[in-house]
Design a protein. Structure first.
Ligand SMILES: CC(C)(COP(=O)(O)OP(=O)(O)OC[C@H]1O[C@@H](n2cnc3c(N)ncnc32)[C@H](O)[C@@H]1OP(=O)(O)O)[C@@H](O)C(=O)NCCC(=O)NCCS
Length: 192
């Protein structure tokens, strides 16, 4: 490990690949049979998996970085969560997909204090801080801070309102436009 913090533990991992590219902060728990990988299989100049202080990673998680996956402080993942910034290429129909190159997807960042429910998949997207991602959701696009998102693909259904100091229902429609500097643009249709 590039860094392995104080009072951190990885309980009987399934596999650890590319440990020299990993940084594990203090007080991190990685539960039984999780697979952690940080290997530059897509030819990127840098490759790292960072799990910051106080994170708890559930049982049977699968976290694979080929460029950048960062879990900020105190992230909680339930069991059977999949997080990756890459995918199997499928462009060539003459070659079995398992033999095609691994393709780079967007970098992954999970914000401080966020909770990913059971079976969540995060596929090349960023999730803000203090978010909840509902069980069985598949996150393919960025989720803003203080959001609750559910479904396949995951959509924001509630957001914390700093005026009412409550989580309020939200209906967001995503624009297919990239924001300069990264991310996607969301527009609030109505607050329920
Ligand atoms: C996301 C979650 C926290 C939402 O809880 P909540 O704020 O109480 O939300 P509500 O129950 O009010 O649900 C709001 C809407 O989202 C829907 N919804 C909630 N969770 C959903 C999910 N995981 N997938 C799809 N839809 C979901 C509800 O059906 C409801 O829809 P409606 O407005 O059309 O009736 C919860 O449903 C969840 O998925 N928890 C994860 C549990 C888990 O994985 N635990 C592992 C232990 S670490």
């Amino acid at each position: 490990m590039n860094q392995f913090g104080w009072r951190s533990v990885i309980v009987k991992p399934l596999k650890i690949n590319g440990s020299k590219n990993m940084q594990i902060g203090d007080g991190v728990t990685v539960e039984y049979k999780t697979w952690l990988a940080a290997r530059p299989l897509t030819g990127m100049g840098t490759c790292h998996l960072v799990i910051e202080d106080g994170c708890t990673i559930g049982h049977f998680n699968h976290i694979y970085a080929t460029n950048s996956v960062v879990l900020h402080k105190n992230v909680l993942t339930a069991d059977k969560v999949y997080i990756s910034d890459n995918l199997h290429g499928y462009e060539n129909i003459e070659i079995p997909i398992k033999k095609q190159p691994i393709v780079q997807n967007g970098v992954v960042e999970i914000g401080e204090g966020t909770w990913l429910g059971e079976n969540v998949c995060v596929l090349g997207a960023k999730i803000g801080k203090q978010c909840v991602i509902g069980a069985n959701s598949v996150v393919t696009k960025d989720i803003p801070d203080y959001s609750i998102a559910v479904g396949v693909p995951a959509k924001v259904i509630k957001q914390y309102d700093f005026k009412t100091k409550k989580w309020e229902k939200r209906v967001y429609e995503k624009f297919n436009q990239e924001i300069p500097g990264g991310g996607k643009k969301y527009v609030l249709l109505y607050a329920a």
